[in-house]
Design a protein. Sequence first.
Length: 472
Amino acid sequence: MTSMHRRMPSRRVVALTAGALLLPAAALAITPLAGAATAASASFTQSSTWDTGYTGQYTITAGTSALNGWKLEFDLPSGSSVGTYWDALLTTSGGHYTFTNREYNGSVGSGASTTFGFNGTGTGIPVNCLLNGQPCAGGTVPTTSSSPTSTSTTPTTTPTSTTSSPPVPQGAMAGAPYYMPLDNDPQDIGAAIAASGQKSYILAFVLAPNGGGCTPVWDGNAAQPVATDTAVAAKVTKIRQSGGDVSVSFGGYNGLELGAACGDATSLAAAYQKVVDKYALTHVDFDIEGDDLGDVAAENRRFQAIKTLKQRNPNLHVSLTLPVTTVGLSDLGKAEIGRAKDNGAVIDLYKIMAFDYGGPAASMAADVQRVMELVHGQLKTLRPDLDDAGVYARTGLILMNGHTDQPSELFTQDTFRTLLGYVQAHKLGRFSFWALNRDRVCTGNVGWADGKCSSVSQQPYDFAKIIAQYQG
């Protein structure tokens, strides 16, 4: 998205040794003999809790022998269940849960570890844990038989910090236009919500300063650092008081994206975390375009940072915004999705910018649907872990109201209404457009596809009112 229009410019931790959950107070322990090998093990940690649930994480550690694939099983008591999960695949049977490795974390070297996590509902924690069919406690594998001796085992509990909030339902962000809160003559957000009924927004854009540095600022302006911001924070408060929520978008077509400015994944993750903390975010977006798309070093650094960000914030929903061509995703876009997987970064939503690829104005709605179905097929190949419905649920559609940067394209209110039907029929993960700042009629002389108006005949917020109808 260009500079004038798109600018695509307190927790409590409870550590539980998984095997300890399985053993009674007086358990049998094998005294190893010389030459015993160490078995693989898995340990469970609650990284956060709230009144109705918790975030849990398993750490799987290979023993003397490396792991070439893993399967971890456990049971949850009645009234508790697994909700969202990451870094694993899941099958369930009643209260029995079986997690298996993803394609990127199945090979675990001798003594090395990997993790996966999930959000649990209720207060019940895993019991009867098995790793590759053996108790998760691990321990030693004796080379000869040995007489068992009795010992007492007690689960270890390590409390720290305070309690976090439960994850926000995705429905709150199902329909969410882009909104530049400090640029392109932003409307009063309270008035916009009251007039349109549209409550949730994607705030654009957080970048590195135009002069360089690993500090998050709004619109690349060093005079608008996130750390001391009050103006955007006040708008976020208004949005949440209305019952909506926000995502913050990093990147855009113009400006210096933090992934290209920060020298390593650790400092980059810290920069992203400052934004998450500042606005108490449950959703973030990464809009990588222009010269940044295809920068392999920056993409690897970015996805390593996103992996860290997700580990620190298990309830954080991460979306990736992708441009398309007439044949769907470009090779650079497909490679970007592959690098996310290679670096272990879990992407919850792929948002497709279905404009600026030269579609015909006379058949924009049909052409967008054609491109979206091409993308659907590509994502099924790139994400073989997802079925048809799963791919649709992890795909978002972004439009641009009125005239776009391509003279052949035009999105009218009727185009939006038709595509609302497509989004509803396929239950897409998000319906969005660029941008609320443009959702008004133009006055005076303005440029083509101006950043502050739509260049079509309309009433204020015509397009936001259509997006507001989508609730997921």
